[in-house]
Design a protein around this ligand. Structure first.
Ligand SMILES: Cc1ncc(C[n+]2csc(CCOP(=O)(O)OP(=O)(O)O)c2C)c(N)n1
Ligand SMILES: [Mg+2]
Length: 1112
């Protein structure tokens, strides 16, 4: 798939142009031609405009000036201009409010006798136009948005004696034009930029003002005049200004009331049944539920089939119940504190996701709704939702976002406070990241926990961040249900029309404290005095509908009673459940992926040699049949070098990676690589996108043209964000397991600005939300004297979060490696050869389940002549090597070896070079740890046995408190001393920071002591506290120390049983007994920074490391 949108540049010779066109006409290049045609059209279009003398920048200003003076005095301009302006053909810039649309000429408003308009007529018309524009631009500043009335301005009495909200903030100097009572009946011509007249082209001044007041200063505040597109501005004006746009039929009103009743009833029911439980209730913003339903109804009516939502705590349970229609029993069960029937540590109820497919009764269409699980970290889910949405659009071929859309909900404090909102907004219009418009809904309760907005933001509105992407912002008083419904309808239509973001700011209040246990009067006394007196929105609306005769009081009561009955029945039903199931809360089911799969079968990662030759050849070629595709000379050299390597049946790093991608693409696996500058590669090694040197945006990506029936490949330079882009790719990886999704950090260090995605989603997503992801993080890592940053991918942090137990040597069997992979939360690796890179990337897909892969990648090794692999290491029968043993003289004669240096990553090449310089090839073996986590206990043990008499060293270039050492140290001991010294201590490593349900942790319990039932439900606890637990084991195999594989690893349900055999031999015991084999550290001491600031110091420290590691 070409991304080219080439204009056939005039810089090409006619012959070149012809050849280039022939190449483009090739079937594969149709899209390029389409794009090119569009670009040519666009270019023609804009150049035509530019060539038009009359409207180029300076002359337009000149004409505008003449026009203005003509307006003031028609005789002040040349008669030809006068004649021209009288024809009404001149259409000035939008802010002049031209007369184009309305046909009535200004002369019609002049006194009898016609002739030139008098000065007052012109001034008055200009004033009216300025006033209209003022309302449109700033009417929201005076709108009646706050149900509490705290921030709402009082109405003021205008010169004409009428009450108005618009004050000088809105009207600025135009207030001075405010006319006297006598002018109120005067008719004024309406400019084409307003729709308040409906069919009328002129209106009496009093109507103009009252209509503008009603549209812009009532319960809706529309912020849109910053949008650069006149079309879009007019579109919005039309939807808010046209008389009668906000009328609702009695049926519609009843539906609003019914939905509001459910939203209100749900919170009331929870408050009644679980009065002391946190639920982050929606009281004060119940209209949010009705709003979401309206957005979904309108969107589905317009063609949307799948909606992906991300939202914080506030009203989440209500959304699940009343928007997604998640069975109430499942929600109520979350309050019951039941033990989970499936694996994982779970999460609190207001973080869990869900996925529902159901019939939308209003539109009678099937719809899929997903609420993505999220951590506490506010707004972190935003990019994840966008990535998931984008992926779903991709797999459905929904290139314009007509079928799949995202809705993001926000709290007011978080929306303006969290930077990831801004980062996510900036993805909204990028070709490879757009989801074609997101509807943002802010539950703006005017407080964040205990903090007043006056102290939590510097922007006037909490929504101002959206202005950067030209998204219209609809502020609305959430106590006016019909106003809310209207903005929701317009927002959904906006998205369907322009496919751009839009924001609904639901200005509401929070009836209770932050959660139901907090006392809000401590911190917001005045606000809460007011809130205590507020009638809820349902009552207000019911009163209104009763008063206008739409419903009766009895009907209102009966709707409420009916819903309460539904809740009661579900409540009773929930009591019958004994367990909760995390799988009920999965937001991204992979139907059919796990079923019928052998959970221990890893598919081949080696491939046929001819495949490697084919991919390698294509990858080293410019576009076929495009002799005139002008490639940079330096790139031609790189392509030639690639070809030479392929001829020698060798690969370097870039080629190894391309082989992995290419072979997966061949197998129908979609590959997506994203990150800063990934197309070329930060280190200029990848060059997946070749740029025509003479034609703008004409590009060629050979990996997209390997096979006619291959899967799509996408490689995208991202915006300069880690947090949002990594979140996005994580979300993308959740949608379909049959895709290799990779995010590359520019340098590994920069991943720390995405730490929340790493901690909260990638490392622990499966444990918390039973959701798997095969996302790959590529993190350039290595100390190369480039200073404290640009050095370390912080491998120690990833390793610290790995969930394998340092003291536990799993049972040895043929399936050791796959069982370990199954049980771990993620894989951390640092490959030293392109072949191993090839295999580990392919293994991501070959596995029968998905695990994130954290891959430290090299920098200088990208061009290191020794960091090459032969095709022999990639062909069928070969596989990923978790460790690479010493294959030289030392490995061949292990008995002569005095020292074994274990290492990981690029330092291997420093060590081998230094070993050769010291002529120690026979005495020092160097073993590479390629997969650091899960730790290859079995293979390391084997190495220990091979080099029985040698001293064991771990050498690393990172500081001692960094790099793999803190992780590998204990695990080496466990591996080397497996089978020696037996006693019992069994603490478990975990990937999440806590367990969730009350039965799993006592954090929510009001007692500190462990009850008997608690101890029973926690075998590890019982083993710690009960001396008899080992002997009283009911399992004979456990008692005899035999590993019960079926028990430990429940193959059928793909779950890990945390009841590990009690008498596991542990390294900590070996350490305690001081009998075990030891491993010594060689390298830098502990340090605060990741690297030194000076190259000389770096080299000195590296030499010290090499001397220490290799000294005999
Ligand atoms: C990143 C992050 N920082 C801090 C918190 C703690 N916290 C939870 S809710 C909350 C207030 C949120 O206010 P707002 O966004 O207005 O939502 P509301 O609760 O008012 O609906 C805070 C500070 C958090 N969850 N996430
Ligand atoms: Mg708030």
């Amino acid at each position: 798939m070409h991304r080219a949108s080439a204009t056939i540049s005039t810089t090409l010779t006619p012959m070149s142009r012809r050849n280039f066109l022939i190449w483009m006409q090739n079937a594969n290049n149709r899209k390029l031609i389409r794009n090119a045609a569009a670009a040519i059209w666009a270019r023609k279009y804009s150049s035509a405009a530019l060539n038009e003398q009359f409207v180029n920048g300076t002359s337009a200003a000149y004409v505008e000036e003449i026009y203005n003076s003509w307006l003031r005095d028609p005789q002040s301009v040349h008669t030809s201009w006068d004649a021209y302006f009288r024809t009404n053909q001149y259409s000035g810039p939008p802010n002049l409010a031209p007369m184009g649309r309305n046909t009535m000429p200004l002369s019609a408003f002049m006194g009898a006798g016609g002739g030139a308009p008098d000065e007052k007529t012109i001034d008055d018309h200009l004033a009216v136009q300025a006033i209209i524009r003022s309302y449109q631009s700033r009417g929201h500043l005076a709108a009646d948005l706050d149900p509490l009335g705290i921030k709402t301005r009082e109405t003021t009495v205008s010169k004409d004696g009428l009450q108005r909200r618009a004050n000088e903030d809105v009207l600025r100097q135009h207030t001075s034009f405010f006319f006297g009572e006598n002018d109120m009946e005067r008719k004024f011509k309406l400019p084409s930029t307003t729709f308040i007249g409906g069919e009328e082209s002129s209106l009496p001044l009093k109507d103009i003002l009252s209509r503008l007041e009603n549209v812009y200063c009532n319960k809706i505040g529309v912020e849109f005049m910053f949008i650069n597109s006149l079309d879009q501005c007019n579109w919005i004006r039309k939807r808010f200004e046209t008389p009668g746009v906000m009328t609702f039929s009695p049926e519609q009103k009843r539906l609003i009331l019914a939905r509001l009743t459910r939203a209100t009833g749900f919170e009331a029911f929870l408050a009644k049944k679980y009065s002391s439980e946190k639920r982050f209730g929606l009281e004060g913003c119940e209209m949010m539920i009705v709003a979401l339903k309206e957005i979904i109804d309108v969107s589905t009516d317009l063609g949307v089939e799948s909606v992906i939502m991300g939202m914080p705590h506030r009203g989440r349970l209500n959304t699940l119940a009343n928007v997604c229609r998640k069975p109430l029993e499942q929600i109520f069960n979350q309050f019951a504190g039941l033990e989970a029937a499936d694996d994982g540590s779970g999460d609190v109820k207001y973080h869990l996701g869900t996925y529902i497919e159901r019939l939308n009764r209003v539109t009678n269409k099937n719809i899929r709704l997903a609420v993505v699980a999220n951590p506490s970290h506010l707004e972190a889910v935003d990019p994840v939702v966008q990535g998931k949405t984008r992926a779903e659009q991709f797999y459905r071929g929904d290139q314009e976002g007509k079928k799949v859309m995202s809705i993001l909900l926000h709290g007011d404090a978080a929306f303006c406070g969290q930077g990831v909102v801004y980062e996510t907004m900036h993805l909204s219009d990028l070709p490879d990241y757009t989801t074609h418009g997101t509807i943002h809904v802010v539950a703006n309760n005017q407080v964040g926990f205990t903090t007043d907005p006056r102290f939590s933001r510097s922007s006037p509105y909490c929504t101002d961040v959206a202005r950067v992407v030209n998204a219209p912002i609809f502020h609305v008083n959430a106590d006016d249900p019909e106003a809310v419904m209207h903005v929701c309808k317009v927002a959904a239509e906006w998205r369907a029309t322009f496919h751009k973001d839009v924001v609904i700011d639901l200005v509401c209040y929070r009836r209770n404290g932050h959660n139901e246990i907090d006392e809000p009067m401590f911190t917001q006394p005045l606000m809460y005095q007011k809130i205590r007196k507020m009638k809820n929105c349902l009552d207000l609306y019911a009163d209104k509908l009763i008063a206008e005769g739409t419903v009766t009081g009895d009907e209102v009561k009966s709707v409420a009673a009916k819903y309460e009955k539904i809740c009661e029945e579900a409540f009773e039903g929930a009591k019958k459940e004994t367990h909760i199931k995390y799988k009920d809360w999965l937001d991204s089911p992979w139907s059919g992926f796990f079923e019928g799969k052998d959970p221990l079968l890893v598919c081949q990662t080696g491939v046929k040699e001819e495949t490697l030759v084919h991919i390698g050849t294509r990858f080293s070629q410019p576009p076929p049949n495009a002799a005139e595709f002008v490639i940079h000379r330096g790139l031609l050299r790189i392509l030639a070098a690639r070809k030479a390597m392929v001829d020698e049946k060798q690969v370097d790093w870039a080629l190894g990676e391309a082989m992995a991608f290419g072979t997966l693409l061949k197998e129908g696996i979609h590959v997506r690589l994203s990150g800063q500058d990934v197309e070329r590669g930060t280190f200029s090694h990848r060059h997946h996108v070749l740029h025509h040197q003479l034609v703008d945006k004409a590009t060629y990506n050979s990996l997209q043209h390997l096979y006619p029936d291959q899967a799509p490949y996408s490689v995208s330079n991202s915006s300069l964000s880690e947090y949002a882009v990594l979140g996005f790719e994580h979300g993308y990886s959740m949608t379909n397991p049959n895709a290799l999704v990779l995010w590359e950090g520019q340098f590994g260090d920069f991943a720390n600005t995405a730490q929340c995605i790493i901690d909260q989603f990638i490392s622990s997503g499966q444990a918390k939300w039973v959701r798997q992801s095969g996302l790959v993080m590529l993190l350039p890592h290595g100390m190369e004297g480039m200073g404290p940053e640009h050095s370390s991918g912080r491998v120690e942090r990833f390793l610290q979060m790995s969930s394998d137990d340092p003291d536990y040597f799993p049972p040895e069997s043929d399936e050791f490696a796959i069982r370990q992979l199954h049980d771990i939360n993620w894989i951390v690796a640092n490959c030293t050869t392109p072949a191993n890179l090839f295999h580990i990337l392919r293994r991501q897909i070959a596995l029968p389940f998905r695990k994130p892969l954290i891959l430290m990648t090299p920098k200088s090794l990208l061009r290191h002549p020794e960091a090459r692999s032969s095709f022999c290491d990639m062909v069928e029968g070969t596989e990923f090597q978790r460790i690479i043993p010493d294959n030289g003289p030392a490995g061949e004669n292990p008995d002569c070896v005095k020292k074994v240096v274990f290492c990981s990553g690029k330092v291997y090449y420093d060590l081998t070079k230094a070993r050769a310089e010291r002529e120690l090839e026979n005495e020092v073996a160097i073993v590479r740890l390629e997969q650091i986590s899960p730790f290859p206990f079995d293979l390391i043990k084997e190495q220990g046995n091979i080099y029985k008499n040698a001293e064991l060293i771990w050498a690393q270039e990172e500081h001692k408190n960094q790099g793999p050492w803190p992780y590998v140290q204990q695990r080496f001991l466990t591996a080397f001393n497996h089978g020696k010294d037996i006693s019992q201590s069994d603490e478990h490593a975990s990937s999440t920071t806590s367990t969730t349900t009350n039965t799993n942790a006592n954090t929510d319990s009001d007692t500190d002591s462990e009850s008997e039932s608690d101890t029973k439900s926690k075998p590890w606890l019982s083993r710690m506290f009960s001396s008899s637990s080992k002997s009283s084991s009911t399992n004979n195999q456990e008692a005899t120390g035999e590993f019960n594989a079926a028990k430990h690893f429940d193959l059928k349900n793909m779950r890990h049983d945390f009841n590990r055999p009690a008498d596991t031999k542990t390294a900590s015991d070996a350490r305690k007994s001081q009998t075990g084999r030891k491993i010594r550290y060689a390298g830098r001491p502990c340090g605060a920074s990741t690297a030194t600031g000076s190259k000389a110091q770096h080299n000195r420290e590296l030499n010290a490391l090499l001397n220490d590691a290799l000294s005999i």
